[in-house]
Design a protein around this ligand. Structure first.
Ligand SMILES: C[S@@+](CC[C@H](N)C(=O)[O-])C[C@H]1O[C@@H](n2cnc3c(N)ncnc32)[C@H](O)[C@@H]1O
Length: 284
């Protein structure tokens, strides 16, 4: 998350974020997961990295009894070079294009099924599956363990790694189209839908509830909706929240319907969260 939402200094930011995480811990199901995406940052005016994302992780595990189930790294190849001073002008740092994503849980065994997020096999693996004898000669490992031909079994895809390569280049979605048509700025810090989708498929089942406490344009809710999970979105900025409904407007609906819905939510003072059931029942 960027500091543009209040410019809190890093130490204060950790404490601020920690207070929200305490509440997440309280409401999280016993076998549920808490996934938090934290972009890296430099210390102010210094070519020295902030440790805030690691500090918050340690605080969450030490003080709230969260477990680090696994650390993930979101590699966004389309990220622009920044900060310009260190990367472009003085050329003393490389482009930062990886966010840390902490997958946290309350128990050692949160619900998880990697079979739900298999990725396509490599070309070499595809050949091996067709003709294992030609492409694979089982060798005994140094441990003496023989992995045999189990390796050549077709499981429908390969196990993904904890490095998620997902470009953030969405420019033609329904959300963007409707924001443009209604003359409303799109949320400036959206993540690509594939990112929450990966964790939703990996860590939840259809019908489970997915909560995003900093929902922005509600990319998470849209991902959850696409795979039949229930969802709740909290967002403090009423305009972002109102525009997020564009994600759920049918392609056949007119822009006029979208604008009416936007204005209705913008005017409704008590709406600080939306959930699927409420949203779908809105009268326009
Ligand atoms: C990085 S953005 C999230 C963007 C989102 N992932 C998306 O794809 O659209 C973080 C959001 O958190 C919201 N936010 C900050 N403080 C908040 C609070 N106390 N309660 C609810 N939302 C908050 C900001 O307004 C901002 O829209």
């Amino acid at each position: 998350m960027k500091e543009s939402y209040g410019n809190v200094v890093q130490e204060a930011y950790i404490n601020w974020l920690f207070e929200f995480c305490k509440k997440v811990y309280r409401v999280l199901a016993p076998h549920g997961s808490f996934v938090i995406d934290l972009g890296g940052a430099y210390q102010s005016k210094r070519p020295v990295r902030s440790l805030y994302n690691y500090r918050i992780l340690i605080k969450l595990c030490d003080e709230l009894d969260f477990r680090l189930a696994e650390e993930f790294f979101w590699y966004n190849p389309s990220k622009l070079p920044s900060p310009i001073e260190w990367v472009n002008k003085r050329k003393i740092r490389a482009k930062d294009s990886v966010n840390t994503i902490w997958w946290l849980s309350k128990t050692d065994n949160p619900k998880a099924n990697v079979s739900n997020v298999l990725i396509p096999y490599s070309e070499r693996m595809k050949k091996l599956l067709v003709n294992p004898d030609k492409y694979y000669k089982p060798k005994e490992r140094p441990s003496g363990h023989d992995i045999g031909t189990a390796f050549a079994t077709n499981n429908g895809g390969a196990i993904p790694s904890n490095l998620l390569q997902i470009p953030n280049t969405e420019s033609s979605s329904r959300y963007i189209q409707l924001c443009k048509a209604a003359n409303i700025p799109a949320h400036p810090a959206r993540f690509p839908q594939k990112l929450p989708l990966f964790f939703i498929n990996f860590l939840t089942d259809p019908g489970d509830i997915v909560l995003d406490i900093f929902a922005g344009s509600n990319t998470t809710g849209a991902a959850a909706e696409a795979v039949q999970r229930r969802w709740i979105a909290f967002e403090q900025n009423q305009s972002y929240l109102a525009a997020s409904t564009f994600r759920f407007i049918d392609n056949n609906e007119s822009i006029d319907v979208a604008s009416k819905l936007f204005n209705k939510i913008l005017a409704s003072e008590e709406t600080i969260s939306i959930r699927r059931s409420v949203q779908l029942n809105l009268e326009i």
